[in-house]
Write a protein that binds this ligand. Structure first.
Ligand code: HSE
Length: 306
C-alpha cells in the first residue's frame, strides 16, 4: 500500500518592505492543500485537483523540481505522487510557488521518516523558486517551512535566523492582475546609491530590532523601502493611495507583498486590520479593479501535516 500524507501549506509575505530577498513572514491564511504519496515507481508526478493548469513536466513544476533533487540525493528507487489544491493564486505575490515547493518537501520528508532538517528542506525547496522565477530566493520558502518571521542572512551557504515578534495582524489585498516575479525582478535597477543603501540598512536593522523589542512604533518607522518599491509600485494601480490611506486608518505600515501585485499592511490589533481591509476594498471598488482581501495573523508553525 502507498504511504500518503496531506499538508496545509501557507502563503507568505516576502521582503517585508525593506528586506528584499532576506526577510519574510508566514501567514495563517490563505493556505494550499497538498496530498503527497510515496511510491515504488521511481519519478515524480504532479497534478492539480482544482483545474489550475500546472506544468506537466515535473522538472518545470515548483513542487516537482525540489522532489527530483531530493530523490537524486537519496539515490533510492522510489517516487512521489503530488496532488495540489491551490488557494493561493499564482502571480499574486503571496508566495504561491513557495507554498507548493515547501509543502512538497515537508510532506516528502515526513513520508521518509524525517531524515532532513528544516534548512535541508529550504535547500531543496529553492529549486522550486528557481523554476518559478529563475532565481533561488528563500524569503518565501524559509518562512513557509519555519513559520513566523525569518531572516535569510545568507543563501550560499544558507544561514536562516528566526526572528521573534509581537502579535501582529496582517491585512492583504490582491488586485486581480498578474505580476510575474521574473518580470518584477527584471525591471529593477542593478546598482544602488550609497545614500539609499545606508537608509535601507537602517530600516532593515530597525525592523528586526522592532520585532525583537516588541516596539510597534519602530516597526512602523522601519517599513520603508527606498530601493525596490519606487520601481515596482508603478506596476500596481492605486498603490500610493492604498499605502497612504491604510496608514491613516491605523496600520503601522506596509508595502508590496513579495513581487506584487498584492499589498500588505501590519496592524497592532484586529479592529485596525479590519478598518484597513475596508479602506483597501473602497479604493479598489472605486478604481473598478476586482480584488481579494485577507485579514490574518502570523502563522508560527509553517507547513502543517494534517
Ligand atoms: N524577494 C522576491 C522578490 C520575492 O521580491 O522578487 C518574490 O515573492
Amino acid at each position: 500500500m502507498k504511504k500518503k500524507v496531506t499538508v496545509h501549506t501557507p502563503g507568505t509575505v516576502a521582503n517585508l518592505v525593506c528586506g528584499f530577498d532576506i526577510l519574510g513572514l508566514c501567514l495563517d491564511n490563505p493556505c494550499d492543500i497538498m496530498e503527497v504519496s510515496l511510491c515504488d515507481e521511481p519519478g515524480v508526478t504532479v497534478s492539480s485537483k482544482d483545474g489550475f493548469s500546472l506544468p506537466t513536466d515535473p522538472a518545470k513544476n515548483t513542487a516537482g523540481a525540489p522532489l527530483i533533487e531530493m530523490l537524486a540525493e537519496l539515490g533510492q528507487p522510489i517516487g512521489f505522487e503530488v496532488t495540489i489544491t491551490k488557494q493561493i493564486k499564482p502571480g499574486s505575490g503571496i508566495g504561491s510557488s513557495a507554498a507548493s515547493a515547501a509543502g512538497a518537501v515537508v510532506a516528502a520528508n515526513h513520508l521518509l521518516g524525517s531524515p532532513y532538517s528544516k534548512e535541508d528542506l529550504v535547500r531543496f525547496a529553492l529549486f522550486g523558486e528557481k523554476v518559478a522565477s529563475g532565481v533561488k530566493h528563500a524569503d518565501n520558502v524559509a518562512p513557509c517551512i519555519y513559520g513566523g518571521i525569518t531572516l535569510i542572512r545568507s543563501i550560499f551557504p544558507l544561514d536562516i535566523v528566526t526572528i521573534p515578534a509581537p502579535a501582529l495582524h496582517v491585512t492583504a489585498v490582491h488586485p486581480l492582475i498578474e505580476v510575474r516575479t521574473s518580470d518584477a525582478r527584471q525591471i529593477l535597477r542593478k546598482q544602488v546609491l550609497l545614500k539609499d543603501a545606508i537608509r535601507q540598512w537602517g530600516n532593515i536593522a530597525g525592523l528586526v530590532a522592532g520585532f525583537m523589542k516588541n516596539d510597534y512604533d519602530l516597526i512602523g518607522r522601519s517599513l520603508e523601502d527606498v530601493i525596490i518599491e519606487p520601481v515596482r509600485s508603478m506596476l500596481i494601480p492605486g498603490f500610493d493611495e492604498v499605502k497612504e490611506k491604510c496608514k491613516s486608518a491605523g496600520a503601522l505600515g506596509g508595502g508590496i507583498s513579495g513581487s506584487g501585485p498584492s499589498i500588505f499592511m501590519l496592524s497592532k490589533d484586529k479592529p485596525t486590520a479590519l478598518a484597513v481591509e475596508k479602506t483597501m476594498q473602497e479604493i479598489y471598488t472605486r478604481i473598478g479593479l476586482d480584488h481579494h482581501t485577507y485579514v490574518t495573523t502570523i502563522n508560527q508553525q509553517g507547513v502543517k501535516i494534517i
